[in-house]
Design a protein around this ligand. Structure first.
Ligand code: CMP
Length: 143
C-alpha cells in the first residue's frame, strides 16, 4: 500500500491547526500509521531539505523548521502521495486553491503550514529519515 510523509510545520502547530489538518486526511479516507510531535534538530532539517541547500531561502527555512515543534506523520492509502499534495495545495499559499489547506489557512511561502512528499522515491526516503520501522503501526480500516 502506498505511503507518504507529511509534516505539520511550526506555524501549523502554533496556530492550533493540528486537529484540523489531521481531520482532512482522515475524512478523505487515508490511514494514519505514524504520528509524533517533535522538535527538529538542525541536522535532520538539513537532511530533509538537502535538495534546497543552494537556494537563497535555505538558511531561513532551516531556522523556521527548527524554531518549534512539528507534527511528523505517515499516511497510507491508494494514491495517497498525489492526493495529499492536492489536499495541501500549491507551495505558495496565495496560489493555492480555496479548499486546500494552504489555500484556506496560508499567506506566505515561508509559512506554508505543511510539507508533503512529492513522489514515491521522496516519500520512501523521508519516511525512513523521520521514522523507525517500529514507530509505524500496521492496521487496516475495517470499513
Ligand atoms: P515544502 O513543501 O516543505 O518544500 C520546500 C519548502 O521550501 C517549501 O515548502 C517552503 O516552505 C520553502 N520555500 C520554498 N520557496 C521559498 C521561498 N521563496 N522563500 C522561503 N521559503 C521557501
Amino acid at each position: 500500500m502506498e505511503r507518504t510523509f507529511l509534516m505539520i510545520k511550526p506555524d501549523g502547530v502554533q496556530r492550533n491547526l493540528i486537529g484540523e489538518i489531521i481531520r482532512r486526511f482522515e475524512a478523505k479516507g487515508f490511514t494514519l500509521i505514524g504520528l509524533k510531535l517533535m522538535n527538529v534538530s538542525k541536522e535532520l532539517a538539513e537532511k530533509h531539505y538537502e535538495v534546497h541547500k543552494d537556494r537563497p531561502f535555505f538558511p531561513g527555512l532551516i531556522e523556521y523548521i527548527t524554531s518549534g515543534p512539528v507534527t511528523a506523520m505517515v499516511w497510507e492509502g491508494n494514491g495517497v502521495i498525489a492526493s495529499a499534495r492536492k489536499i495541501i495545495g500549491a507551495t505558495k499559499p496565495l496560489e493555492a486553491e480555496p479548499g486546500t489547506i494552504r489555500g484556506d489557512y496560508g499567506v506566505t511561502v515561508g509559512r506554508n503550514l505543511i510539507h508533503g512528499s512529492d513522489a514515491p522515491e521522496t516519500a520512501q526516503t523521508e519516511i525512513a529519515l523521520w521514522f523507525k520501522d517500529e514507530e509505524l503501526a500496521s492496521w487496516q480500516p475495517s470499513l
